[in-house]
Design a protein around this ligand. Sequence first.
Ligand code: HEM
Length: 469
Amino acid sequence: MATASFATRVIPGPTPLPLVGRALQSYKLLHDPLRYLRHHYQTYGPLSGIQRGDTSSIFAFGPEYNRILLSNATLFYTIFETITPKRSKERRRGIGLLNMNGEQHRQQRKLMMPAFHRKQVEGYCADMVSYTEAMLSRWRPGQQLDMAEEMRELTMRIAVKTLFGLDLAHGVHGVGESLRLLLDAGVFSPAVAMFPIDLPGTPYHRVLRLGEWFEREIMELIAIKRANPADQHDVLATLLHARDEEGGKMSDMELIGQANTLFIAGHETSSNALTWTLFLLTQHPGDFADVVDELDGVLGGATPSVAQIGKLHKLEQVIKESMRLLPPAALTSRISTAPFELGPYSLPKDTIVTFGQYITHHMPELYTEPDKFIPRRWETIDPSPYEYLPFGAGPRMCIGATFAMTEIKLVLAMLLQRYRPAVQVGTQIDWHMRVTLAPRSMPMAVEAQDRQFTKQPVGGNIHELVDLR
Ligand code: HEM
């Protein structure tokens, strides 16, 4: 075990190899962060560290460290990478709530909160329902499809409509297309982060150009909204007109940054939660039957109203358990703004601390049989905000949590009444970290809802994260 020179006491961690050691650790962390963190936790325990260049990077796991890091937003700033890489002249446009800090974050969050209050979210339900209905009407019983792709497309359409007031019914708008290409081009990949070389042919160059395209699309949208102010109920329109007590409003740059951030934060996460939940139901026929019984009892085949959603307790347990086992936001980082103490260690300013929702959610001292999908456990457990945190916790908790839970429940309630998604024996189910914890694909058949719930064993690296026996 190594010594790490940045702490006054020795923090456990790997011994860097001569010359390339530090770069190698950084690469492993960026390339495969979840496996790297799990390895650190299993090998070194709740607190460990590595040296990355001049920066100390430490890993802190468990509810008590989650509380320290998440409750003090002044001492621990976010360092969420922007969609536009660091050296881009467009970078400032990529700054949104996720990567704002201090007074700016407080002021902007206050301006944005009304757009995400429960009452406002209820106003987005009609759009959520009609896009889901359109998707379900397109499917045919017995059809094979990639459920991950279907859910991504659906949540993107819902996001673009509710956030920006745009209808993508006839093809994918430039906003969505440019973002998708950005993610495919590896905007958060090690190749881009470690080799920021703006020359034609490099991954960094491609990401820069796509980032500029994405931002131009958002700017165009803001101009359209300004020119047509009447009768707009989307989030962006609300933000355009939001004022704080002193009459302060968002600048154009802030609006663009917030739009970027909301779009990024607001659909990939929900789409993963939906896909993982559907997959877990296919693997647990008893829970699947319970959910469909509940839907029959409460809805009797109808489209759910907002009030009825609140009565779907089994469905809620299934969603909570799915986001415990496979949290779409599986890990988070902060940087310290001053020297601080963590456990027995004194650490300097500018220390990067990474902690993992996934790891907390799989701690056997918090959850019995933590790798198993047991929705019923929610009848008896009531974890603290730092023990169960799929939406984060503290002053920076997800602003879209009510939006997301409403959307996920509506989509599942409609889908599962009509179809029974099923995987074939031996289907390869692999996860990867694409900013979020995502399935690589989710090949499924959508049978008519005939209640023939049977489990078909699958292959793939999903078995690393979930005990499906
Ligand atoms: C299942 C879906 C979702 C999950 C799992 C999720 C998860 C999270 C988490 C863990 C954080 C805290 C990050 C941190 O502490 O650094 C967060 C923040 C945030 N989320 Fe979500 N999110 C989801 C859906 C949404 C939606 C639908 C929106 C908007 C439409 C949204 C917008 C945001 C924003 C703006 C922040 C930053 C809040 C701040 O820093 O004050 N999220 N989300």
